[in-house]
Design a protein around this ligand. Structure first.
Ligand code: UD1
Length: 366
C-alpha cells in the first residue's frame, strides 16, 4: 500500500464512525489502517459489541486506559499513543469526534510531527464549560485536515481563522451507517418485541453528559420530568454506566424505576431499531438526535446548545436547557404535539466514508 494511517478510537460513538471510514479506505486499497483502541470505554456493552455488530476487525492494540480524571485519562492516552506512533510511524492519524481519546490522540500525534485528520471538525457548542467543547476546539487547532459533516461546521472553522485549504465538507459518516444499519436493524433486531413496545408508541431517552449527571439538581429534574412523561407514554432508557452510578448515588433509581424502563446499554443494531421506531427521542447525546433525524424522528435536546444547528432550524430538534421537572415534562409533551420538521438534508448523500478516504489520499498524495 502507498500510505499508512492510524485510527484512534476509544468511546462508543467513535467505533460507529470508524466502520464506514475503514471500509472505504480498505476498498480503495491505497492506504493501510492500524486501529488503536484507547480503552476509554471498556465494558463489553460499550465496546466489543460494537466491533462485532459493525463488523470492524479487532483493534491492533488496546491501550486499556479505562476511567479516571480528565487529566489522568488524557495523559494516559497520550503516553500510549506516542509510544505506538514511535513504532508504527504512520503518514497520518485519524481522530473522531470530541472525546478525551480524540484530543489526547491529536496532541500525541501532532507532537510526534504526524499530521492529524479530524473527522467531525468544526462542531461547536460555544460552551467552554464542557469537556467536549475543549476537546473539539483544541483538536481542530492542531489538525492538518479538518473534515466537516456540514456547511455550518465548516463555517465555524472559517470564523476561527482556520485555513480554507485544510477544510473539506465530506457529509456525515453516521448517515452512511444509518442507511446500512437501518435496513439490517429493521430485519434482524428483536428489541421491540423483547421490550414489549409498539413502533411509534414509546419515547427513547438517553442521558450521560457530565453537565447533567454530575449536577444532582439537574439529574433530579430530568429524571422526574421524564417520569411524568412516562405516565403517558412508555419511556425506554438504555443507561450509560456513568448515569447508572449517578442515579444510585442520588438515591433516585427506585423512585423512577416504576415509571421509566431503565435498561442496560444496548448494541448498535438494537439502538438503531429503537431510534427509528420511537415516537420521540429525548437525549443529551451529541449523535443520537442526528440519528433520529435520519430516521424521520423528532428529538428534544437536554442541553443548552445545538451541536447541529440545522436540526433546530429545520424544526426537528427542540432545545430544552436547565429547568424544573415540570419544564422538562412540558418540553417533552410539547414536542409530542409539534408538527414534523421541514424538508432539507444538510448531511450529504450517504457517501461520506468514500469522501473521507479520498480526502485522506489527497493529504498523503497517494
Ligand atoms: C465520553 C465522551 C463523550 C461521549 C461519550 C460516549 C469525554 C470527555 N466524553 O463520555 O463525549 O459522548 O463518551 O459514550 O471523553 N464507564 C464504565 N464503563 C465504560 C465506560 C465508562 O463504567 O465502558 C463509566 C466510568 O466509570 C467513567 C464514566 O462511565 O468514569 C464516564 O466515562 P468516560 O469515558 O469518562 O466518559 P463518557 O461519559 O462515556
Amino acid at each position: 500500500m502507498a500510505g499508512r494511517v492510524v485510527h484512534i478510537v476509544g468511546a462508543r460513538p467513535q467505533f460507529v464512525k470508524l466502520a464506514p471510514v475503514l471500509a472505504a479506505l480498505d476498498a480503495a486499497g491505497k492506504i493501510s489502517s492500524r486501529i488503536v483502541h484507547t480503552g476509554q470505554h471498556y465494558d463489553e456493552t460499550m465496546s466489543e459489541r460494537f466491533f462485532d455488530e459493525l463488523a470492524i476487525r479487532a483493534p491492533d492494540i488496546n491501550l486499556g486506559v479505562g476511567s479516571g480524571s480528565h487529566a489522568a485519562q488524557t495523559g494516559a492516552i497520550m503516553v500510549g499513543v506516542e509510544r505506538d506512533l514511535a513504532e508504527s510511524r504512520p503518514d497520518a492519524v485519524l481522530v473522531y469526534g470530541d472525546t478525551n481519546s480524540t484530543l489526547a490522540g491529536a496532541l500525541a500525534a501532532a507532537k510526534s510531527q504526524c499530521p492529524v485528520v479530524h473527522l467531525e471538525a468544526g462542531v461547536r457548542a460555544r460552551d467552554f464549560n464542557t469537556p467536549e467543547e475543549i476537546n473539539r476546539v483544541a483538536t481542530d487547532r492542531i489538525s492538518s485536515l479538518l473534515l466537516a459533516v456540514s456547511e455550518s461546521s465548516a463555517a465555524n472553522l472559517r470564523r476561527e481563522g482556520l485555513p480554507e485549504s485544510q477544510i473539506a465538507v465530506v457529509g456525515d459518516v453516521m448517515y452512511d451507517v444509518a442507511l446500512s444499519i437501518g435496513r439490517r436493524a429493521a430485519a434482524d433486531s428483536t428489541i421491540l418485541d423483547r421490550l414489549g413496545v409498539t413502533p411509534g408508541a414509546y419515547l427513547l431517552a438517553t442521558v450521560h453528559r457530565a453537565g447533567n449527571t454530575d449536577d444532582p439538581g439537574r439529574l433530579d429534574a430530568i429524571f422526574r420530568g421524564l417520569a411524568q412523561a412516562g405516565e403517558i407514554w412508555p419511556v425506554i432508557m438504555p443507561l450509560h454506566p456513568r448515569t447508572r452510578k449517578a442515579l444510585d448515588a442520588a438515591g433516585l433509581t427506585d423512585s423512577i424505576a416504576g415509571r421509566l424502563r431503565l435498561i442496560e446499554p444496548v448494541g448498535y443494531l438494537d439502538m438503531a431499531r429503537l431510534t427509528a421506531a420511537a415516537r420521540l427521542v429525548v437525549s443529551d447525546s451529541g449523535g443520537l438526535p442526528k440519528e433520529a433525524f435520519f430516521h424521520g424522528v423528532r428529538s428534544v435536546l437536554l442541553r443548552a446548545d445545538a451541536l447541529w444547528p440545522e436540526l433546530v432550524e429545520l424544526g426537528w430538534s427542540d432545545l430544552l436547557p436547565a429547568g424544573s421537572a415540570e419544564d422538562v415534562a412540558a418540553g417533552i409533551l410539547g414536542a409530542l404535539e409539534a408538527p414534523p420538521g421541514r424538508e432539507g438534508f444538510p448531511y450529504g448523500k450517504g457517501d461520506a466514508g468514500p469522501r473521507v478516504a479520498d480526502a485522506v489520499a489527497r493529504l498523503l498524495e497517494v
